[in-house]
Design a protein around this ligand. Structure first.
Ligand code: SRM
Ligand code: SF4
Length: 586
């Protein structure tokens, strides 16, 4: 089979990757998943189904902590599924939360709920017999997990910003619309998991542009996208969603407090492969401004251009940024303009000044209060450090009349609390460790991906490593007289970059158990990629370097100068100005 999508596609005669074959043969994502569900001999999904379930929002995993022990006993690894819900903009109702909580308690191996940095939640440890009931359970809650993984447009992010309620409401509605417009249209999810019952009460939106792939999947096509595709809506000045980690970014532009259109950014992404200099994290490129009337046309045009021009032979170079690198940013942009039917207007002025969540209470436009709870690494459980986070949230959900908002920093906002309920909710949060006055600014501004024990790709610990590591960084900040300062610090268990270390001021990227590559020089606003400082070093070696860096920063920084900017100014690392060219340069 050759890659004949478009003459611009790289290596026209190169064979498709095997993922293209399996998508092509999957009967629009049905595969033989339904049949597999009846096979009780193994906890796994077989053959192509192992990959196909990802389009339905699930990954097959096993607990790596007990893999060797089970192997020694000649047992199959304990296979279970991770499910990732679709939740554009991260808003969820307390009633839904109660259902999510109950399923986690009754039917998952770990009992926890994991908030992700793309504003949704994951269950870990769902055994095969519970998988279909889980989808039906979520459906009854008005939730689904369509297209939260694999070669499709994933969960669409939106800055939470509950304070500016009306602008947020408008931007959030667009995040939902973009998500719906780009969803797969196949009936596979309904057929397999819901016995044919419709997922949505209304018909899916019609395609808007003419580059239709086929009748079943007009926008995505029978072989879907060449690779995963990520979209976010951001409301400046808050870059909480890390817009540059997305293939497609919509920067909200307002006039008189109302949304009028978006600046469109294309080609962000953060993964690379250790030592493979043809892979690189990248900031997105500014394409231009579109009015609201053409926002969905634009989203569709970017997605279908990537559908037709993306590299389907080599998955390491299949994301949008590599297509842009190969065909040229201007050529890609011109094709998008052709497909959406208008030209981009010049970028409207915008500026990012913040990124972290405002932990604690803030008052919104409408007189209601919003409480942002810091959830360390997004892990909601009753098992950590004597805190009853899961129980506390359940109790809040039982009485809360507003909504919950999941943030792109793995935190949770109890939003829309009327003044009369404020005290009661705060008391529950305090009693269950959801508000902890001992939490440092550094901890609040640190993030890790999941990594071990569930992630099959992890090379080093991340979520389980970070809390203890922060204790030590806190001690260094105190030692140098700046205990209330913070550095945006992120740990990611491998170079896939899920913890977004490639947009951090200091980033650790797992290399091997107990060893990390140390990066520095990103900025607080999330608009600069950091650079490799030292490879393959231990926690003790990292802390020794941080001791020097923090000491020097405390002594020599300029007013309000974040560590990343200081590191660039003092030449600790050179800035990454143009990632394709200089990310790997020494
Ligand atoms: Fe990720 C794969 C977890 C955000 C880049 N990511 C994985 C898998 C599914 C491992 C796998 O393929 O088997 C991880 C599951 C671990 C587990 O046990 O739960 C995983 N990624 C996560 C989450 C849960 C990290 C977190 O702690 O919050 C995030 C889920 C987001 C969501 O709700 O959809 C998550 N992943 C990200 C991000 C950050 C972002 O999107 O803002 C990135 C970097 C941005 C980007 O995409 O460039 C990211 N994940 C990847 C990659 C590299 C993709 C690439 O272009 O090469 C992989 C591996 C792959 O796709 O081959 C990956
Ligand atoms: Fe797993 Fe690597 Fe992603 Fe961490 S960065 S969750 S280790 S794939």
């Amino acid at each position: 089979m050759s890659n004949t999508h478009d003459p611009r596609a790289k290596l026209p005669d190169a064979p498709y990757s095997d993922n293209e074959r399996l998508k092509n043969q999957s009967d629009y994502l049905h595969g033989t998943i339904s049949h597999d569900l009846t096979d009780g001999i193994t906890g796994s999904f077989k053959g192509d189904n192992f990959q196909l379930i990802r389009f339905h929002g699930m990954y097959e995993q096993d607990d790596r902590d007990i893999r060797a022990e089970r192997g020694a006993q000649k047992l199959e690894p304990l296979k279970s599924m991770m499910l990732r819900c679709r939740l554009p903009g991260g808003i969820i109702q307390p009633k839904q939360w109660l259902g999510i909580d109950q399923f986690a308690s009754d039917h998952t191996l770990y009992g926890s709920i994991r908030l992700t940095n793309r504003q949704t939640f994951q269950y870990h440890g769902v055994l095969k017999p519970d998988v279909k009931p889980m989808h039906q359970w979520l459906h009854r809650l008005g939730l689904d997990s369509i297209a939260t993984a694999s070669d499709v447009n994933r969960n669409v992010l939106c800055t939470t910003n509950p304070v500016e309620s009306s602008l947020h409401k408008e931007a959030y509605e667009w995040a939902k619309k973009i998500s719906m417009q780009l969803l797969p249209r196949t009936s596979a999810y309904a057929d397999i998991w819901l016995d044919g019952e419709k997922v949505f009460s209304s018909e899916p939106p019609k395609p808007l542009n003419k580059e239709i792939a086929d009748d079943v999947e007009p926008i995505l096509g029978k072989t879907y996208l060449p690779r995963k595709f990520k979209t976010a809506v951001v409301i400046p000045p808050d870059n909480e969603v890390d817009i540059h980690s997305n293939d497609l970014g919509f920067v909200a532009i307002e006039e008189d407090g109302h949304l009028v259109g978006f600046n469109v950014l294309v080609g962000g992404g953060l993964s690379s492969e250790h030592g493979n200099t043809t892979t690189f994290p990248n900031k997105s490129y500014e394409f231009g401004y579109v009015p609201l009337s053409h926002t969905l046309h634009c989203a569709e045009a970017v997605v279908t251009t990537q559908r037709d021009w993306g590299d389907r032979s080599d998955r390491k170079h299949a994301r949008t940024r590599y297509t842009l690198e190969r065909v040229g940013v201007e050529n890609f942009k011109a094709e998008v303009e052709k497909r959406m039917g208008i030209k981009f207007a010049p970028i409207r002025p915008y500026k990012f000044t913040t990124r972290g969540d405002r932990i604690g209470w803030v008052k919104g436009e409408e007189g209601n209060w919003h409480l942002t709870l810091f959830i360390e690494n997004g892990r909601i459980t009753d098992q950590l450090g004597g805190k009853q986070l899961k129980t506390g949230l359940r109790k809040i959900a039982e009485i809360h009349k507003g909504d919950f908002r999941l943030t792109a920093n793995q935190n949770l906002i109890v939003a829309g609390v009327p003044p009369r309920d404020k005290k009661r909710i705060e008391t529950i949060a305090r009693e269950h460790g959801l508000i902890d006055p001992k939490t440092s600014k550094q901890r609040e501004n640190s993030m890790a991906c999941v990594a071990l024990p569930t992630c099959p790709l992890a090379m080093a610990e991340a979520e389980r490593f970070l809390p203890g590591f922060i204790d030590q960084v806190d001690a260094l900040l105190a030692k140098h007289g700046i205990p209330d300062e913070h550095i945006i610090l992120r740990v990611t268990g491998c170079p896939n970059g899920c913890g977004r270390a490639m947009l951090a001021e200091i980033g650790l990227v797992g290399k091997a158990v107990g060893r990390y590559n140390l990066f520095a020089g990103g900025n607080r606003e999330g608009t600069r990629i950091p650079r490799l400082y030292k490879e393959n070093i231990t926690e003790a070696e990292i802390l020794a370097i941080l001791d020097d860096w923090i000491g020097a920063w405390a002594r020599e920084r300029e007013a309000n100068e974040g560590f990343g900017d200081y590191a660039i100014r003092r030449g600790i690392v050179l800035p990454v100005l143009d990632a394709p060219r200089d990310f790997w340069a020494a």
